[in-house]
Design a protein around this ligand. Structure first.
Ligand SMILES: NC(=O)c1ccc[n+]([C@@H]2O[C@H](COP(=O)([O-])OP(=O)(O)OC[C@H]3O[C@@H](n4cnc5c(N)ncnc54)[C@H](O)[C@@H]3O)[C@@H](O)[C@H]2O)c1
Length: 433
């Protein structure tokens, strides 16, 4: 308990987790009275796995008709969303769908989430950009994540690319949170190593960033009665800590061996627990700067987060020392001097990033030094994330982080070079009860 917390926690109405749990979905939806649905996915799942056909047939046997849209693409655009809406509405022939199912990674879930608001009246998704004055009329979403992961199955937002100016726009309201999050870890078994690494470091970033973010009692809600994000609390930190522990144990394992099913299950839980944390607490500098890095480099969401994470952590050693010590212990840093343990954490995370085959500094990402001031300004312009960074001078901190990230230098490097070569331990010192 933390005396001053102001909790506004908004999880999915139903969370179903378990290997093989996908087989329960048709009966659950039939019991909830659904009759006509739209399944949003991509060609990999409709062509290379039996999951779409199996679901559609089992649902049909229970009286649920499903229109399948399998044109999902990585990092969906507003154009894709509007085209998909037109296509599906034409195939529905004027009949109102009563639910939407998303099968895929964060990209397909975000596309489906946006279609929950565009399908009812066929309006363009741009109409729903930014803060909405009232909760929108949204179809219920059933999210089936196949990566571990973005956690989009538990968050209020969909991120789409606006091709007009190549920026990411957010469609965000608690009405868009999935009604059902069904996490079947078996869906992730087919993820190739690159997808496993990128999505896995995304899950770790969500957990770490939300564990260290602004407190709920300091978070400016700007008078919003139903905020999507509202700062960390004892409740969100519970999930974040567990997610960090699971990532420390399982992320490298399933990257190195995709058939390590125990590690796959561990990361499926880690991803969802991280989402239950950041989906209410919110995020800050890692994602804020990563959006600007993605704008310049067009690298994936996970890799742009990964490259920033060590340097953002380095900047929080003073204001979040106790929590960073917790994380250091979860990553198996046994150094008895607590300050040194905290100092070592960013370097251990940087090594983890490198071991996942991701460049560990902005120079290796292909960013030129002259681009750094512009990149810092772009990151600061994402004010909803910048305002949640728990340091006294956010602008100065962002500029310093970007500079250090470009050079690839951490405070631990100034103190001693030895942590650089440190091996990440898959098993942290603390065991789960
Ligand atoms: N709304 C949110 O809260 C939120 C949060 C974080 C990220 N995102 C968004 O999520 C997207 C990234 O999602 P992602 O990292 O899950 O990747 P992704 O959904 O973009 O998928 C990447 C590729 O992996 C493939 N893939 C996915 N699951 C697979 C599986 N089980 N087996 C084989 N191939 C598989 C996909 O077909 C795709 O080609 C970005 O667009 C990002 O903006 C959204």
């Amino acid at each position: 308990m933390r005396m001053h917390d102001q909790i506004h926690f908004c999880p999915p109405a139903r969370v179903v987790i378990g290997c093989g749990s996908r087989s329960q979905l048709p009966a659950l939806l039939a019991r909830l009275g659904y009759r006509l649905g739209v399944l949003v996915t991509d060609a990999f799942f409709s062509g290379q796995t039996p999951w779409v056909r199996e679901y559609v047939e089992a649902a049909a046997a229970l009286g649920i008709e499903t229109v399948v849209f399998d044109g999902g693409l990585p990092d969906p655009t507003t154009t894709l969303c509007d085209d998909a809406t037109r296509d599906v509405r034409a195939r529905l022939g004027g009949r109102p769908a009563d639910h939407v199912i998303a099968l895929g990674g964060g990209s397909n879930i975000d596309l489906a989430k946006a279609m929950c608001v565009t399908l009812p009246a066929g309006r363009p998704v741009a109409d729903f950009k930014g803060t909405m004055p009232a909760a929108p009329d949204a179809l219920p979403l059933i999210a089936l994540p196949t990566t571990a992961g973005t956690g989009s199955e538990a968050t209020p937002g969909a991120i789409l690319i606006d091709p007009e100016n190549a920026t990411k726009i957010a469609v965000m309201d608690n009405a868009l949170r999935p009604a059902i999050a069904l996490i079947d870890p078996e869906y992730t078994y087919t993820c190739p190593p690159r997808v496993t690494a990128d999505s896995g470091i995304d899950a770790l970033t969500h957990a770490v960033e939300s564990y260290l973010t602004l407190d709920s009692f300091d978070f400016a809600r700007d008078g919003h009665p139903d905020p999507g994000y509202s700062g960390r609390s004892s409740l969100t930190m519970l999930f974040a800590r567990e997610a960090i522990d699971l990532c420390a144990r399982h992320l490298l394992r399933c990257y190195h061996d995709g058939n390590d099913h125990e590690a796959r299950v561990g990361m499926a839980y880690a991803s969802h627990y991280a989402a239950l944390s950041y989906g209410s607490a919110g995020l800050n500098a890692v994602h804020g700067i990563a959006y600007a890095v993605a704008g310049l480099t067009h690298k994936t969401h996970g890799t742009t987060n990964a490259v920033m994470l060590p340097y953002v952590l380095d900047a929080l050693r003073e204001t979040r020392a106790a929590e960073m010590l917790d994380i250091a212990r979860l990553f198996g840093i046994a150094e008895p001097d607590t300050q040194r343990a905290v100092l070592q954490l960013p370097a251990v995370i940087r090594d983890l990033v490198a071991q996942l085959g991701i460049p560990a500094n902005l120079k290796d990402f292909g960013i030129a030094q002259e681009e750094l001031p512009h990149l810092t300004d772009d990151a600061l312009a994402v004010t909803r994330l910048a305002k949640a960074f728990p340091v006294p001078d956010v602008a100065a901190a962002y500029a310093n982080i970007v500079q250090r990230a470009w050079q690839g230098v951490l405070a631990a490097d100034d103190e001693s070079g030895e942590v650089n070569g440190r091996e990440i331990r898959a098993e942290p010192a603390r065991k789960l009860a």
